[in-house]
Design a protein around this ligand. Sequence first.
Ligand code: C2E
Ligand code: MG
Ligand code: MG
Length: 698
Amino acid sequence: MSKTILLITDDSAEAKLLQQFVDPAKDEHFDVKWAGRLSDGIDYVRSGKVDVILIDTFIAEGSGMESFDRLYRLAPYLPMLAFCSTENEELARQAIHHGAKGYLVRHHLGSIKLPQMLLAIIERATMEEALFIEQERSAVTLNSISDAVLNIDINGKVTYLNAVAEYMTGWAGRDALGRPITEVLQLIDAATRVPVLSPLEQVLKQDRVVGLSANCLLLRRDGHECAIEDVAVPVRDRRGNVSGAVMVFHDISQAQAMTKKMSHLAQHDFLTDLPNRILLVDRLNHAIALAQRHHGKIAVLFLDLDGFKHVNDTFGHMLGDQLLQSVARRLTACVRNSDTVSRQGGDEFVIMLADDVHEQDVILIAEKILAALAAPYNIENLELQVSASIGIALYPTDGQCSETLIKHADTAMYHAKSSGRNCFQFFKDEMNLRAIERQSLEGNLRQALERQEFVLHYQPRVNLETGAITGVEALLRWQHPERGLMPASQFIPIAEECGLIVPIGKWVLREACRQSQAWIDAGLRLNAIAVNISAREFREKNFADHVSSILTETGLDPRRLEIELTENELMRHGKSSAAAHAALKKMGVRLTVDDFGTGYSSLSSLRTFPIDTMKIDQSFVQDVTTDEEDAAIVSAMIGMGSSLKHRVVAEGVETKGQLAFLRERRCEQGQGDYFSRPLRADEIAELLRTGIPKMLLA
Ligand code: C2E
Ligand code: MG
Ligand code: MG
């Protein structure tokens, strides 16, 4: 490809002269264009076909220098040479400051090889242009990345900063260039705040890639600090010698904050922000390791709120959550900073006292916690009250590892719950035996229905005046393959907890109704059959429908069926079960409140339930002849029952003395071993035939 030379001169003789020196006829490399005026020359340049410009310093239009300026502005990439006479050489030299790459003196034309010179100039311009593009590309690239890039020379002076580096150091490029790196990049150790040697300086000294030590902070010019992570790399010249270094770094404060947040989330409970089980176990393991070395003691308190489910069911989860948050705050206030209060989930909390505690201290803290939690909570204008049950396991006596300690504290908590709540219990080895036993029972219980191991026994209820049997209560028994016949009290609580009570209860109800109708069909006199129902069964969505279909199926008159609910169950779930109560009443089924006296129902609340019968709990009846207080309570209950027009039945009558007391207080009915213990179906059929022996009532 030939190169185009643009000659700009108004002197035609001069143009000819030049053309002689670069004669296209002789040298096909060149194509010479002549422009007599600057404006024509500019047009040529605009057309884009020019490779080099030769311009006379004396072209007619404008002053010479302005011509150079205009051309340079128009095409800075085009090499431009001034052309002058010997007397104008000074002018031509000035042109170099206005964009010319050099000048030719007319006089010397004969002594130089003009074509070669022009080719060299054009080639150089091409290379410069390529370099310019390359630099532009680097600059754009470096300013587009999110990392900061900073360069220094061999003397440790800053030679380049990209936009991010400018922002992060707070130094504008023009101010930073040429300054010592120590001034522009100020690094300190995050912990000690001692200045840290910049890796750039180390690179120069050690001639290798260097990463920044962890936990480094970059101090911006305005004092702002940020955590950075970086690497510095040496730059070598063509001989392989280090000529400077490049450092690439970025802000990791956000990533650090995120990591911190993630690890906090993984170790804390979202609702209360207390440590979760993972963190607790971690701390407990740590505490155990320490205690092992120093023969220290640790206490693990497993705490479960009493009646929290009731709050949740009655007032909703939002309120329940707020209550848990309040509980968390109170718990934290009860212990020292060195102790850990954690939430295990639900309404369960575990507290670790790791400060070499002794049993006496633990008792004090447990009492303090119970008192703190018992104070009323004011949430959304409601006054709420909850108590807690606490189980305590001690290291090293009750367990050597975190898992055992927590498990044993949990077991002890269950015992605290069953021994009346709002109290604490220390773990004892026997508890563990019972826990294991419980587990194996639960396993067997699952198969008992299929294997038809359940039977019903029946206990008569007696009119205390006449001695007539007014009905029988069905009591479940489990014919356990190894343990023999088990009373309900030994397995019903387990069945209730694991939910098996629902299918078991269905069997009980059907069997009791079937058997009762069979007796009636056989001509026996049976006024009522009482069946115990757990809250869990009663709260099943279609409980009333279920009762109705069993009655239809067995043909039993609904008025003969009595459903017994314990006072506690009635009070706790009364409101949510109102529809079921109403449906049963409508069918004609009767309702009995069982174990009366063990709950905390007031007269007024009892009135709201459609109850027919009240059964006074056997624990009161037991002591009526020996304990004045119980005697007074039972008298009051009898009075209350009759004033509410309920039938009153005294449970657990065992002696003649108790019977006498009850008769004297005009208690209508009684049930208990004194008249008859619970009997097999065939035995009770016989009793229904013969009646209660007269002598018992005499
Ligand atoms: P409950 O309904 O209050 O039943 C009375 C309990 O007292 C029965 O114990 C009975 O055997 C016992 N008992 C009867 N007379 C006397 C006496 O004179 N002295 C003493 N000390 N005890 C007497 P059991 O059968 O172990 O039942 C315990 C509880 O288990 C029952 O209390 C009832 O709440 C529940 N239960 C029994 N059968 C069923 C059932 O089929 N379904 C459900 N959900 N619960 C049942
Ligand atoms: Mg009962
Ligand atoms: Mg009872």
